[in-house]
Design a protein around this ligand. Sequence first.
Ligand SMILES: [Zn+2]
Length: 471
Amino acid sequence: MAVYITNTETGKKEKLRTMEPGVVKMYVCGPTVYNYIHIGNARPAVTFDAFRRFLEYKGYRVIMVQNFTDIDDKIIREANEWGVSFKDVADTFIMEYWKDAHALGIRAANFHPRTTDFVKEIIEMVEKLIAKEIAYVVENGDVYFSVRKFEKYGSLSGKNIDDLLAGARIEVNSLKKDPLDFVLWKSAKPSEPNWESPWGCGRPGWHIECSVMSQELLGDTFDIHAGGEDLIFPHHEDEKAQSEALTGKPFALQWMHNAMIIIRGDKMSKSLGNVFMVREAVRRYGKDAVKLFLLSKHYRTPIEFSPEILEDNKRAASRVLKTLKRYEEKYSYPLVPKRDAWLNEKEAEFIEALEDDFNTPKAIAILFETAKELNRAMDGGDEDKALKAYHLITRVFGSILGIFEEGSYYEERKDTAGEKVLEKIIEIRNKFRKEKNYIAADLIRDGLKELGIQLFDTADGTKWEKIDGGE
Ligand SMILES: [Zn+2]
């Protein structure tokens, strides 16, 4: 069956369209790198990584671009606060992004362009827009896009230009000709990072970078533009306006947007200060629980965040992991099962769920059902059926969703084995303490500390905690 997705521009479920048969060119707006990523930032990364894996399963060649915004007010503010360059801040948090992406099992895209590597191309695009009289320079060297010159402005977000105008904030001392116009190039304030341009020293506005990087890497028209729904307006509307005004061709054939993560009614965002970092979540709940949390709701549905919901997901993930572990302990080297009607139907059911606007909640329900069947097959000694279920969960469903993949259960097994050993060591140390053999007891405590495990002798017995500096 064909793949259907909801195109934000039409609001309708549509068949996936591509410029070239069998190839999907996809651009996903990436993070502004001035801090660690939180669960809200992880949603588009996890969703579109899984969507790309699904398209690959369907036989498409996927060319995916995800940018890093490495110059922006927030990055400059951080840099000034720390007394370092903006590039140091950006470099640091790009590296930290990769650690979190790795922890979540998010694959790298084909291209991860950085804004500051495309300044020359950005200047060229702005020059062309000025030459076409769709953009204009003002006296301080700022360049603005003339929204009124692009007839279809508002078509992506479903906004009407006159309503927008009525609601527009009139900025004091603004040099814009129209309050709706947006900045393409900003003249540099003293001491800000800047690049030379025909309009004086300055830096790119935010929206222009995605137009330039997507078109440079994927062509004037590409297939899917994706990102969080908070980017629809103005970011994506502006990208579309400046690109289509210049080329006269459609910018993206289809647009996909994921809904937000909500905490007590507010969107999770750094500016609201209600964020939960990815790294903290993975440490507390494990990779599979975090991904389950992000994928068990449809991508267009907001997800309410709470520690309790993550605990629920942790319990659900651990049930599947235990089942996989049980299988692995019984059969060390699972081979490829012979296909039969049951396997084919299960696989088809799962794929059909994803073909229908990437219905991950339905797909995950099928995965859980299959885990139950795996348990039942092992209970009944049905080796053949058990292998089929195991194969489906880890190699088909797991590979597509990026969940319960090979490695996740090894991680967990390694951890529980390690913890058992640690409990035993603590028990032996406590025997030494009882016998007042403090030399031996302290040797054990200090030895563990070298490995990054701190022991605390409390009224309720000895507790331990991982500390920094250990392995
Ligand atoms: Zn963007």
